[in-house]
Design a protein around this ligand. Structure first.
Ligand code: KG4
Ligand code: ZN
Length: 338
């Protein structure tokens, strides 16, 4: 094994086609082709996503190599997202990764997308790197978890959403406000000038470290319906306050459970990961916890939402452990932490 380890990461679990190259923890390139096609449908259309992945994957990998000034022969292994995600989308990335592995005679590395969101913290250009053990609130469009991380290969999910994910709650609320998909970043944007306590919304309090966001969605729907009967332009007149209040409700619910986990497990090393960790209010309020003695870690903005840099980073840990994948293994849309 040469001293330099170079891994090509391929991510295609949902609607972003991404390829990245990592060299000993340092990202040389991280390219993402976003799929505009879904915006008009208000959500990801699986069939359109897999077709767009097929169109994007060759140019994205090509560009990532070009940007890193490398050839395929310079790569030591190929890491790809095995799951969780949309089957049709996962199939494009996994088939391509397997083809490269066979053609180049280089090992294949199977990566769990949710673990990769967490391991993105170990990419060298982050402002801080967590120490083990730590707790991570992983919040994305499909998942909301509190994870206890003992090592890169030893992680335990201690809390989960029982219905909608936090990102889904942001996106569904945004849709009700007439904002395009994905609405999370837009709620964040409009909330900047709004009053977070103007409107009160409720989030169910689940047992343990679990979450539930489906009641919030129904609450917002009925509230807007009632207010619009009185004032047809209620949403337009109150957009900033509505966004700030919804964001405050979701962030408060997330931090409440994280707070309980930190206290009960007595682990003060805390991180956030996943698309919703890009949320400015969540980032700010997590950092405020440092006053309570927490040591907080927030990933660099570009490693929050889906990207292949995190897949390459997770792959690097597996490569060092010689934990290689198998060509006959198929994608796992509902992949768990195993
Ligand atoms: O991790 P990710 O890119 O994809 C999944 O694995 O799901 O997360 C996407 C989710 C979407 O629901 C999006 O609305 C949300 O992350 N998101 C945000 C922000 N940026 C992305 N939610 C709130 N505020 C943001 N700034
Ligand atoms: Zn994700």
């Amino acid at each position: 094994m040469s001293a330099l380890i170079r891994i090509l990461g391929i991510e295609s679990s949902c609607d972003d086609t991404s390829a990245a190259i990592i060299e000993n923890g340092k990202i040389l390139s991280n390219l993402i082709a976003n799929q505009e096609v879904h915006a008009e449908y208000g959500g990801v259309v699986p069939e359109l996503a897999s077709r767009a992945h097929q169109q994007n994957i060759v140019p994205v990998i090509h560009e990532s190599l070009k940007k890193a000034k490398l050839n395929l022969e310079d790569i030591d292994a190929i890491a790809y997202t095995r799951g969780p995600g949309l089957l049709g989308s996962l199939l494009v990335g996994s088939s391509f990764a397997k083809g490269l592995s066979l053609g180049l005679k280089k090992p294949l590395l199977e990566v769990n997308h949710m673990k990769a969101h967490i391991l993105a913290h170990f990419i060298k250009d982050n402002s801080s790197i967590p120490k083990f053990p730590f707790l991570c609130l992983t919040v994305s469009g499909g998942h909301t978890q509190i994870v206890h991380i003992k090592s890169p290969s030893n992680m335990q999910v201690i809390g989960n959403t029982l219905d909608d994910a936090a990102g889904e709650a942001f996106d569904k609320a945004a849709k009700m406000l007439g904002l395009p998909y994905p609405g999370g970043p837009l709620i964040d944007k409009y909330a900047q000038t709004g009053n977070p306590t103007k409107f009160q919304f409720k989030v169910g309090n689940m047992e343990g470290y679990n979450f539930s966001f489906s009641g919030l969605k129904t609450g917002i729907l009925y509230f807007l319906r009632k207010e619009k009967e009185k004032n047809a332009t209620f949403i337009e007149d109150n957009l900033a306050d509505l966004c700030a209040s919804i964001q405050n409700t979701i962030v408060t619910a997330l931090l409440k459970k994280l707070d309980e986990a930190v206290d009960k497990l007595n682990i003060k090393e805390v991180a956030i990961a996943g698309g919703v960790s890009a949320n400015s209010e969540l980032r700010k309020r997590l950092m405020d916890k440092e006053e309570k003695g927490w040591v907080c870690h927030i990933p660099k903005f570009e490693y929050c939402t889906d990207n292949a840099a995190m897949i390459a980073m997770a792959g690097e840990f597996k490569y060092k452990d010689k934990d290689y994948g198998k060509i006959e293994n198929t994608p796992k849309p509902r992949m768990m932490f195993e």
